[in-house]
Design a protein around this ligand. Structure first.
Ligand code: R5P
Length: 294
């Protein structure tokens, strides 16, 4: 029987993924009582059907409880397997105790999701000090990569790009995108002093003065990494930059600040729904779901 796919938070690719895979879209009544408790009613017969929840888990605190309630309801209604397609996976940051007494929230979040879903796929999670999601997620999981989509966007939209990666951790990723986009690349040295305090040092840009700088990062959150880089590019009198982020988090006024910084263009994937989305992840998500739900 065909799986049901549903989105609690109106993911923009729900319809295209369902069409592509010929899955049924699951219908759900979801509302808040006046006291803010949640009411959930699944409107389909889920007995022995696979259920896939497709959502971005940015701003996760308000999303987690509804997500768990829906997974638990589907389980109670006899769903065969319940998969989570988290196009953005949050709570990856705090992956160690930097100071005594701190909570290792990435691990706790992973424990909660692993206890309620049968499998999970996601795109480019922020694996910092971890090498594999399976170090914390105990369910079958698969990491999909937006790099090929980013490369082809650059290839078709930017003339003479010079790719710029934010830090040494990004080198592997940025070099692969650059290779596929037939572009040179530079990697910055970055020191983060605090959430909103980032220091970056630009290398020798002299050979690239006729190129268009393309800043590529997995996440744009406060945008300070990009804003600091743009300052340096301006000082070096380079052309206005194209900023590409896979996940458009844009905390507080980050998007506005980046727009006002004199960049040529801001482009993101639609893993996190946002006005800057221009790179469509439907195809890689469909491939990932097909593999995971076999
Ligand atoms: C850091 O390791 C990441 O790759 C990004 O550079 C970082 O998350 C961007 O954050 P922000 O936009 O807050 O500077």
């Amino acid at each position: 029987m065909k799986p049901f796919i549903l989105s609690l938070f109106h993911h923009p690719i729900l319809q295209s993924v369902a069409d592509h895979l010929a899955f049924d879209i699951g219908k759900i009544t979801y509302r808040e009582f006046p006291d803010k408790e949640i009411y959930i009613r699944m409107q389909d017969v889920l007995q022995d059907r696979d259920v896939i929840i497709l959502d971005s888990l940015d701003r996760p605190n308000d999303k987690l409880l509804p997500l768990l309630f829906v997974a638990k309801t589907a389980r109670e209604l006899g769903a065969r397997r319940i998969g989570l397609c988290a196009t953005y996976l949050s709570y990856m940051r705090q992956d160690k105790q930097f100071n005594p007494g701190e909570g290792m929230t990435s691990k706790y979040f992973a424990e909660i999701l692993s206890a309620n879903f049968d499998w999970m796929i996601t795109i480019d999670p922020h694996l910092h000090r971890r090498h594999d999601l399976s170090e914390i997620y105990t369910i079958p999981n698969n990491v999909l990569h937006a790099a090929p989509l980013v490369s082809s966007w650059i290839k078709f939209n930017v003339k003479s790009p010079i790719l710029i990666g934010p830090d040494s951790e990004s080198e592997q990723w940025v070099s692969a995108i650059a290779k596929a986009a037939d572009s040179p690349y530079l990697i910055l040295e970055k020191i983060r002093h605090g959430d909103n305090d980032v220091e970056v040092s630009l290398l020798d840009v002299e050979p690239y003065m006729n190129h268009t700088p393309v800043l590529v990062d997995d996440i744009i959150s406060t945008a300070h990494t990009m804003l600091e880089t743009i300052k340096q590019l301006k000082t070096a009198k380079m052309k206005p930059a194209v900023c590409i982020g896979v996940h458009a988090i844009f905390a507080n006024d980050a998007y506005q600040s980046l727009q006002e910084s004199g960049v040529e263009r801001i482009v993101t994937c639609n893993s996190v729904p946002h006005a800057s989305n221009q790179i469509d992840i439907t195809e890689i998500i469909c491939n990932g779901i097909q593999q995971a739900s076999q």
